[in-house]
Design a binder for this molecule. Sequence first.
Ligand SMILES: [Fe+2]
Ligand SMILES: [Fe+2]
Length: 356
Amino acid sequence: MMKDRILVVDDDEATRKPVSILLEKKGYEAIVCAGADEALSKLPGGLISAILADIDMPGISGMDLLDRVNALDPDIPVILMTGASKIEHAMDAFGKGAFNFITKPFKSENLIKALEKAVRHRRLIEDGKNYRSMIEDTARSRTRELNAALLENRSLTGEITRRLITIAEFKDPESGAHIARMGLYAVELARVLGMPASFVREMEFAAPMHDIGKVAIPESVLLKPGRLTPEEHDVMKSHTLIGGRLLAGSKHAGIRMAGAIAVSHHERADGSGYPAGLKGGDIPIEGRIVFLCDCYDAIRSARPYKPPFSHGDAVRTMTDGSAGMVPERHFDRAVLDAFMKAAPAFEAIFEENRDG
Ligand SMILES: [Fe+2]
Ligand SMILES: [Fe+2]
């Protein structure tokens, strides 16, 4: 074990000598200085356990040395020594934060006792510091691990979701690019609407699942080239409730949101949508958002019954009521306003994620 280093500072050779001999005998390493200047030069990096300093020294006094030590490293205990007559010094010394005070001439055992106490004090402080830094290190590395696990988990969830949606896509004529665009549009609208960050994040994950219920729709209906009969149309509409059932009962907000979207993404503001014919604010906001995104994307895409529209035409159709769209009947006012603000972003998302 390393010896404790004691800095002994005294201008008087007659004190320095016996003190250093006593300290060495007691197993300390004594670093002896004849003045405060020399002592201060030994402080940085000197791993000093305690300082024993005379008060009355030419130049920098022991009291000033105490001030400077406190400024450099307040955890080093300083024991001041002075002649017995200068008892008023003791009050000053304690007031300035001296660890202890002894009068000369001193008894060896008193000096050693004072030193042992000081060294113990110093060790406790060091142990405390080490313990704190160990705890901090552990906390830091745990946080790192946790963040890595969280990222891993998020990427895993994302991948599973994408692969599950792909299953639905085998039957759904809608493209994988459409699915990806839906997440991006929905995030954009949610942001412009000022939704909380967690909502925005969940939107990115949940919106792409809006049509997951189509897995259960027979191909004769889902892929029918011509017009659907009213009965077939009813079967088709059931993809909303089926999606809701597939995603029901989750403890995860993102999946619950996906369920709400699956059920409500064909509802219209005026109550003319399906499956429930909900109106306005009764339609969950996530459903109102996804409905608009789905409309924009459908208008931009080619369908058996219509060519793809340009961005400008799509925006006009959705906002001025041409081509059978009646904006105020179809869309939530706030969501439509957000769409007008976000329109350039919609165009970019469509262009950057075209059907492959
Ligand atoms: Fe749908
Ligand atoms: Fe869709």
